[in-house]
Design a protein around this ligand. Structure first.
Ligand code: NDP
Ligand code: HSE
Length: 449
């Protein structure tokens, strides 16, 4: 039966910063079209922010502004609470309190869900309310909906994504404009892409949160960020970006989750990607996610992964979904993590997260070596003794690397697939050679074929 009460659904916004203000503005600008799509109006009637004066300036006079988020949660007229504060602290308490008060929740807070998702979804399930989080992964790209609904027929094989706009922006600026890391990061912060604590971006933590959520949805496992392998871009050197180019690759920070023989891989690290792949050409703050399903094959989702209105686009999509499903029985809604909650325990025991030492992938290695006869043979001998096969070798002229008369050179090696533990052993043996003059750089390589 169609709902008869078509009065506007009332929304309370917690935090009106970059994403909050975008959400307010887009809802205002497109309110008529959104109303026609949702079947009823969606109105932000109350906003909480620590800076009341700034919040009032952002929303004008028609909206009640308070400095205490709990007043929004306590307001019986509010149907949906939108949490856009961020972090695991007060945001967790407010989300749990909103659920307890029987409100539906929309959040863009991937950190909160990747760490406390199990607790939050369980609380929401008990209360029969929705928790929607499209904006938490890849900003404006509707990847959660694609994974949870559009690809529901598939057994997902793997997902690989550029899912942090800040780091992709930094890598692009370093490669194209020769900007220093710090300058590029400051610009990403100025443009509103970075997290409140930008170490979350540059150390891969934010991408780790997002891939954790995608992994849970793709494979029907609980969110378990604590088991993700996370490595950021702070150790990347400009020369590796250049050498990768010469070998036909680009370096991207990838979030990867994969169904493997021994469980589910869950990892974030810089990766060489063949330059001919579409994803290798994703630049600036853009995001892209490749999903491989057994039935559909490879699909690619591309768009703005951060910023005020792109993220607002995803927040509002969740609001429309809730407005449409508000009156549906909870069991007729799409499950939070795509799989019915009562199947999760079984899945949890079946699919462990694969430790990084057991992951199989290929590698780029850069060794600073003495420019002497026999060095290459020693290095390749170690790899061969461990059964690691070489795909390509690039040896630079010593003069090109260290200037005229230099006695050191760079040796670049691309390997075929091997298990990470074997590569760790090879690195330890190579590092011990007296002719290897500096810490070896190791970057993983993903063909994404
Ligand atoms: P901002 O820092 O711009 O906005 C957060 C707002 O919340 C600020 O106005 C802040 O006030 C306010 N706030 C802080 N504590 C409280 C509180 N206790 N009660 C009420 N308001 C409070 O963050 P963003 O808009 O960038 O991010 C919001 C969320 O969206 C985060 O979870 C983030 O990870 C996520 N996200 C962000 C994207 C982006 O491109 N920016 C993209 C996708 C997701 P004050 O400034 O005074 O501290
Ligand atoms: N800091 C995040 C990024 C915001 O740069 O991708 C979007 O989640």
């Amino acid at each position: 039966m169609k709902p008869t009460n078509l009065s506007p659904i009332r929304v309370g916004l917690l935090g009106i910063g970059t994403v909050g203000s975008g959400t307010f503005n887009v809802l205002q600008r497109n309110q008529e079209e959104i109303r026609r799509r949702a079947g009823r109006g969606i109105e932000i009637t109350m906003v909480a922010d620590l800076d009341v004066a700034r919040a009032k300036a952002a929303v004008g006079s028609g909206v009640q502004v308070v400095d205490d988020a709990r007043k929004v949660i306590a307001n019986p007229d509010i149907d949906i609470v939108v949490e856009l504060i961020g972090g695991y602290g007060i945001a967790r308490q407010l989300v749990l309190e909103a659920i307890e008060a029987g409100k539906h929740v929309v959040t863009a807070n991937k950190a909160l869900l990747a760490v406390h998702g199990t607790e939050i979804f369980a609380a929401a399930h008990r209360k029969g309310v929705m928790v929607a989080f499209e904006a938490a992964v890849a900003g404006g790209i509707p990847i959660i909906k694609a994974l949870r609904e559009g690809l529901t027929a598939n057994s997902i094989q793997w997902i690989a994504g550029i899912i942090n706009g800040t780091t992709n922006f930094i890598l692009s600026e370093m490669r194209d404009k020769g900007l220093d890391f710090d300058v590029a990061l400051k610009e990403a912060q100025r443009l509103g892409y970075a997290e409140a604590d930008p170490t979350f971006d540059i150390e891969g933590v934010d991408a780790g949160h997002k891939v954790t959520l995608m992994s849970a949805i793709a494979f029907g496992i609980p969110v378990q960020f604590d088991k993700a392998y996370v490595e950021g871009i702070t150790q990347l050197a400009a020369q590796d970006i250049r050498y990768a180019e010469q070998l036909g690759y680009r370096i991207k920070l990838l979030g990867i989750t994969k169904r493997a023989a021994n469980g589910i891989e869950l990892r974030v690290h810089p990766s060489l990607v063949p330059a001919k792949r579409l994803i290798a050409n994703v630049e600036g703050a853009m995001n892209a996610v490749v999903v491989q399903g057994d039935a559909v094959g490879t699909t690619l989702y591309y768009g703005k992964g951060a910023g005020s209105e792109p993220t607002a686009s995803a927040v509002i999509a969740d609001l429309v979904d809730i407005a449409r499903l508000h009156t549906a029985d909870p069991e007729h809604r799409v499950p939070y993590l795509a799989f019915q909650p009562d199947t999760m325990t079984q899945a949890m025991s079946d699919l462990p997260i694969v430790p990084m030492s057991e992951v199989v992938t290929s590698y780029y290695l850069r060794l600073k070596v003495a420019d002497e006869t026999g060095v290459l043979a020693k290095v390749t001998g170690i790899l061969a003794s461990l059964g690691i096969s070489i795909d390509a070798v690039l040896q630079r002229e010593a003069d090109d690397v260290g200037g005229e008369g230099s006695t050191q050179t760079d040796l670049i090696i691309l390997t075929h697939d091997c298990v990470e533990a074997k590569m760790n052993e090879a690195l330890a043996q190579m590092q011990a050679l007296p002719t290897v003059l500096a810490p070896i750089t190791r970057i993983r390589k993903e063909e994404l074929a």
